[in-house]
Structures are given as structure tokens and as C-alpha cells.
Design a protein around this ligand. Structure first.
Ligand SMILES: Nc1ncnc2c1ncn2[C@@H]1O[C@H](COP(=O)(O)OP(=O)(O)O)[C@@H](O)[C@H]1O
Ligand SMILES: [Mg+2]
Length: 267
């Protein structure tokens, strides 16, 4: 575990810490979270004013995602329709970027499912996830987010860029396949954009907040739906529980594979 002072020298110029303390007050404690994501390093910061989360990225692709996440959170600060952390600031250094947001209570759904003591507790968590996602997909317009963009088209363009620059494990052959076999369009809605069980926080058995929202935009809800069910797609009972909450469109097997084993490979 890095100490505050190690981190202080590693990541930031002294002025950056001053900037942060200017926003959230003097830092009393700072420590690395036990639970880390795949693209970032997360630290909890405690000051007299409250608890904050500092999310840091160090690779080019991931610092771009972090910037996108910062932009989304900043825009969403002014609304209450979608539950996400509160934005406090974004700091760019030469070799790293850092997003400061509110620290939110709860645990990620993946952990909640691991800790659940019974089948019915698991199903109830999954049902709640479905319901929570349904509410997000019920929003078809939001001035704050990008409208009038063909989301799938723009994701395929991004995927092509990653292939060209060796920044993805997805192959160019898979990409050609995806371009040639696009599913028939459905109405675009607000989407999370990386809606796995890792990116939803649960409190008291209820899914209640989205994190990791770099991809939140107006897009194809089938992408979220496919990523949401990917960890239990072969379990009919869990799937049933999800759709009891989601009560919306049900992806076909073909659509599921287009998104989960297809498009998702590039991101
Ligand atoms: N605002 C937050 N409040 C509390 N914990 C958070 C918050 N954001 C992220 N976390 C924790 O940090 C971990 C990594 O965050 P995440 O944004 O998913 O990173 P990555 O993009 O690397 O997947 C999460 O699994 C969660 O445990
Ligand atoms: Mg994540």
C-alpha cells in the first residue's frame, strides 16, 4: 500500500494537492481501496468535509476513458435523474490523470452476489439490477448527453482505431464481421456503456448507483442488457430474475453474442 506521501510525490506536483485540498479541505487520511478496477487505481480520501474517491489512470487509452468519465460526471452534477457519484475535479499530469468524485457507500454487485447467503438473495439482487437498468433505459432523451449520434457506428469507428493502434485484443476479422452483420436498429436510450455487475453499487440489497460511467451516453440499450446478463447468461433462474426487474426488450441469442463476445472484445 502506498502512503499518502509516496503517492503525493509519485502522482502529483505539489500544486495539484493544493488544488485538491482547495476543493475538499485538508486531507486527513488517504488510502488505496482493497477493491481495485482493471483500468485504474482508486484511493479513498477523508477530509473534515466528507469522503472522496480519487480514480487515477496511467495508460493513454485509460486516461482518455477517465477524461470521458470526468466529462460525464461533470455534466450529470446538475441532475438527479441518474444516480452517479458527484464530480469534484479532474487533474491531468504528463503521465497520468486523476478524477476526484464523491465516495459512495455500498458494494459492487459482483461482491454482493458473492456474499449472498442464499439463492433467493442472489435472485433478489439480480432482479433489483434489472429494475435499476430499466429505469435508466426509460430515459430516451437527455440534453446533457450526446444526442443524434449513431452510437453503434461510432463504437465501430473507435474499435477500428484500437485495432490499428494495437490497443485491443479484438481482431480485425471480428471487427469486419461486426461491421457486416449489424443488428437491426432499436430506439436509442441513455445507456451506461459498461454495464457489468462490477459497475453498479448495491446498498441493503438494492442496486442504487452506477459507477465507471465513461461510456454513459445515448446509445443501444441492448449493449447494456447483454453486459448486464453476461455473468449469469447460462443460468435460466437468474436470467428470469433479471427480466422480472428489467421488463423490457429481451435480447436474442444472436444480439447477445454480437455485443458480449463481439463489440465488447474491443473495449
Ligand atoms: N464513487 C465511488 N465510491 C466508492 N467506491 C468507488 C467509487 N468509484 C469506484 N469505486 C470503487 O473502485 C473500484 C474501481 O472503480 P471503477 O470506476 O469501476 O474502475 P475501473 O474503470 O478500473 O473498472 C470499484 O470496483 C469500486 O469498488
Ligand atoms: Mg469498473
Amino acid at each position: 500500500m502506498k502512503s499518502y506521501y509516496e503517492l503525493k510525490h509519485l502522482l502529483f506536483k505539489r500544486e495539484q494537492w493544493k488544488n485538491i485540498e482547495g476543493i475538499i479541505g485538508k486531507i486527513d487520511k488517504l488510502y488505496m481501496l482493497a477493491e481495485q478496477g482493471c483500468t485504474s487505481e482508486v484511493h479513498k480520501i477523508i477530509t473534515r468535509k466528507g469522503c472522496y474517491l480519487l480514480k487515477s489512470s496511467f495508460e493513454e487509452k485509460y486516461t482518455e476513458w477517465l477524461k470521458a468519465e470526468a466529462q460525464v460526471l461533470k455534466k450529470l452534477n446538475s441532475q438527479r435523474q441518474i444516480a452517479v457519484p458527484k464530480y469534484y475535479g479532474f487533474f491531468e499530469e504528463k503521465l497520468s490523470s486523476h478524477l476526484l468524485m464523491s465516495f459512495e457507500d455500498g458494494i459492487i454487485l459482483t461482491s454482493a452476489l458473492e456474499q449472498a447467503k442464499s439463492q433467493s438473495e442472489k435472485k433478489s439482487l439480480i432482479r433489483s439490477f434489472g429494475h435499476f437498468l430499466k429505469q435508466l433505459h426509460a430515459i430516451s432523451e437527455m440534453d446533457l448527453l450526446n444526442q443524434n449520434v449513431d452510437w453503434l457506428e461510432s463504437q465501430l469507428i473507435k474499435a477500428e482505431f484500437y485495432v490499428k493502434h494495437g490497443q485491443t485484443e479484438g481482431s480485425s476479422q471480428l471487427l469486419e464481421n461486426l461491421k457486416a452483420n449489424k443488428p437491426l436498429p432499436v430506439e436509442q436510450t441513455v445507456i451506461h456503456g459498461d454495464c457489468t455487475t462490477d459497475n453498479v453499487l448495491v446498498i441493503n440489497g438494492e442496486a442504487c448507483l452506477f459507477i465507471d460511467v465513461a461510456g454513459m451516453t445515448i446509445g443501444d440499450p441492448r449493449y447494456d442488457e447483454s453486459l448486464a446478463i453476461r455473468s449469469f447468461v447460462n443460468d435460466e433462474e437468474y436470467k428470469k430474475a433479471f427480466y422480472e426487474g428489467y421488463k423490457r426488450y429481451k435480447v436474442s441469442k444472436k444480439e447477445f453474442h454480437y455485443f458480449d463476445e463481439g463489440l465488447y472484445e474491443f473495449f
